[in-house]
Ligand binder design. Structure first.
Ligand SMILES: Cc1ncc(COP(=O)(O)O)c(C=O)c1O
Length: 401
């Protein structure tokens, strides 16, 4: 069954079927089309049966797979140098999927860097904990302490961020991979901040690479998504889980991310160059008492950053502390900005600023948050592709306001 039978003349039938299911075209679209179809059929029922059985690679139902989503998965796996990828409806769905795939179940333990993104922290310390998974937080910059915790807890998984959110600590991935593997755990790396342009964690021994595609991969602030890159075998496990929980990325969203990826290297190169200029300027401003950019020699892991991050770049995120570190002072600064947008995201072409205490790390107990170094005066800047002189001018007028 392909095109509508010409014998149908009722407008009720014509309205539903006309124009649909045209025969296979002889042309190939240059850009992957959006396939907004929830299901697919074949001329031959054996092929459909094969698609269900996995012996035929075609799609049959979008929760199981969709051609636009598959194109994105192929692209992200290629960028990260991995065998396969699975796309999710958000970065958090991807983190959840990867943690489940890596063996999070009642009685299992997870080791996490204490300064992971706030929702990741909350996922591990509340939701998974309530399901019987024990959570153990470590200072992931201390690979020996991490190794000891992995062994002591017989952890199934270790989760870290290449560049942590928001303190921009750098993960020593080869050492963390050894720490995880020696204790029998898988290493999961959230590579959202670094992007594959700066670091490919699988090359350093990671088992799963996770992205909030909402950020640099998409890059334009118009889509929510997540991706996990891993081996073909692990991807199969993630797929089996996601078939049941249904945290799928939609084809429209997949297309937007795929489109964003085409300029990922161009954007990230420019954003990183801008960030270095902005970080240097901020470090010399009287209203700023601390600047966390890993590309500055003052960063405690400057040497490690030059080894872990490629192309002599250090990322495009700059966190800094205002000298008068009160919530009121930070709010005044944020409200005075004219170009930089105080919105809760990062990695877009626009420069964006966020107040971690109010948003990304709001779920953390304030005393615990402060003890982790995320103070009431900390601001996180995601540097965009604008002219750096304009970004600095905006920061200057807002800091002086
Ligand atoms: C490092 C990191 N990982 C994961 C996430 C979650 O991504 P999403 O908002 O797409 O679920 C975020 C969100 O800010 C993030 O910063």
């Amino acid at each position: 069954m392909t095109e509508m039978k010409t014998t149908c003349s009722s407008m009720f039938t014509v309205a539903v079927h006309a124009g649909e299911r045209a025969p296979k075209p002889e042309f190939t679209p240059v850009a992957t089309p959006i396939y907004p179809s929830s299901s697919f059929f074949y001329a031959d029922m054996e092929m459909l049966d094969g698609a269900f059985a996995g012996t035929h690679s075609g799609p049959m139902y979008t929760r199981y797979g969709n051609p636009t989503v598959s194109a994105l998965e192929t692209a992200v796996a290629a960028l990260e140098g991995g065998e396969a990828a699975l796309a999710y409806s958000s970065g958090m769905a991807a983190i959840h999927g990867a943690l489940l795939g890596a063996g999070s179940r009642a009685g299992a333990a997870i080791v996490a860097a204490y300064d992971v993104y706030g929702a990741t922290y909350a996922l591990v310390s509340t939701l998974l904990k309530d399901l019987g998974v024990s959570a153990h937080f470590v200072d992931a910059t201390d690979a020996d302490a991490t190794a000891n915790t992995v062994k002591a807890t017989r952890a199934a998984a270790v989760i870290v961020e290449t560049l942590s959110n928001p303190l921009l600590k750098v993960a020593d991935l080869p050492r963390l991979a050894r720490a995880a593997h020696d204790g029998g755990a898988a290493l999961l790396v959230d590579n959202t901040f670094a992007t594959p342009y700066l670091c490919r964690p699988l090359d350093h021994g990671a088992d799963y690479v996770i992205h909030s595609a909402t950020k640099y991969l998409g890059g334009h602030g118009d889509v929510l998504g997540g991706v996990v890159v891993t081996s073909q075998e692990r991807r199969q496990r993630l797929f089996e889980i996601n078939k049941l929980v249904g945290g799928n990325l939609g084809p429209q969203e997949a297309w937007l991310v795929l489109r964003g990826i085409k300029t990922l290297p161009l954007r990230v190169q420019r954003q990183c160059e801008n960030a270095l200029v902005v970080a240097r300027w901020l470090a010399s401003h009287a209203a700023v008492c601390r600047d966390y950019f890993p590309g500055l020699a003052s960063h405690p892991q400057y040497g490690l950053a030059t080894r872990m991050l490629n192309r002599g770049l250090s990322g495009a995120m700059v966190s800094f502390e205002l000298r008068d570190g009160t919530r009121e002072r930070v709010f005044r600064f944020l409200e005075a900005l004219k170009l930089i947008i105080p919105a809760t995201t990062l990695g877009d072409v626009y420069s964006l600023v966020l107040y971690p205490a109010m948003s990304s790390h709001r779920a953390l107990d304030p005393a615990l948050r402060r003890s982790y170094g995320i103070s009431d005066g900390l601001v996180r800047l995601s540097v965009g592709i604008e002219d750096p002189a304009d970004i600095i001018a905006d920061l200057e007028q807002a800091l002086d306001a």
